[in-house]
Design a protein around this ligand. Structure first.
Ligand SMILES: Cc1cc2nc3c(=O)[nH]c(=O)nc-3n(C[C@H](O)[C@H](O)[C@H](O)COP(=O)(O)O)c2cc1C
Length: 185
């Protein structure tokens, strides 16, 4: 079986991040032919075109090379002030340059957003989609994943409490597997 390589990028840097927990859970239930790898973006210096080119920061070069290996990406992110956190935007920007060397081009993508309230990070979700679509990441449209009240999902051991929530995540990752097969580079 030809496994598909999928980057998982988490938008929160917080140690106890609920989005990290969601991403960790998704990684445990992903179908066998998806090979999920967490790609960390918290250490990437803010994009600055003056630093780019032959002497680009090593972390940018490593990040770009890592994303180039991938068939797909799952972005799991909170909403910050009705948009995506700077971590995600910076990662998208770093991967998009130098001009003409967009490492995201032709990947399959999906986004999971969450919130402590009932809104589920809708604003972040769609801002991520907006940039990702421009970068020619083929974003899965359905099922959408706006996860409300993320603080209530996990028990103290980090397990998902409700069968209904488990089913939401399973449906999402199963659909993503099919999406990757259909559209990814
Ligand atoms: C700077 C900042 C801005 C935030 N803005 C929003 C927001 O616009 N909408 C929202 O639903 N929650 C917002 N929150 C609350 C986050 O959803 C909450 O902190 C969540 O736990 C972050 O995800 P994490 O647990 O993965 O770190 C914000 C939090 C921070 C720190």
């Amino acid at each position: 079986m030809n496994k598909k390589k999928i980057a998982v990028i988490v938008g929160s840097l917080r140690k106890e991040s609920f989005h990290r927990k969601i991403a960790n859970y998704i990684a445990t239930i992903a179908p066998e032919n998806l090979e999920l790898e967490f790609v960390e973006v918290g250490g990437l210096p803010l994009f600055n075109e003056d630093l780019d080119g032959k002497n680009a920061p090593e972390s940018w070069v490593n990040f770009r090379n890592k994303i180039k290996e991938m068939n797909g990406v799952i972005l799991v992110s909170p909403e910050y002030n009705r948009s995506m956190p700077a971590t995600i935007k910076n990662a998208l920007d770093v991967g998009s340059r130098p001009y003409g060397s967009n490492v995201w081009d032709g990947m399959a993508g999906a986004v999971i957003s969450g919130s402590l309230s009932g809104i589920g990070g809708f604003g972040a979700n769609h801002h991520i989609r907006q940039s990702a679509v421009f970068l020619n990441i083929f974003m899965m449209q359905q099922p959408e994943a706006y996860i409300p009240t993320i603080q209530n999902i996990f028990d103290n051991a980090g397990n998902v409490k409700s069968e209904e929530t488990k089913a939401v995540f399973q449906k999402f990752i199963n659909a993503f597997e099919k999406w990757v097969e259909k559209v990814s580079r």
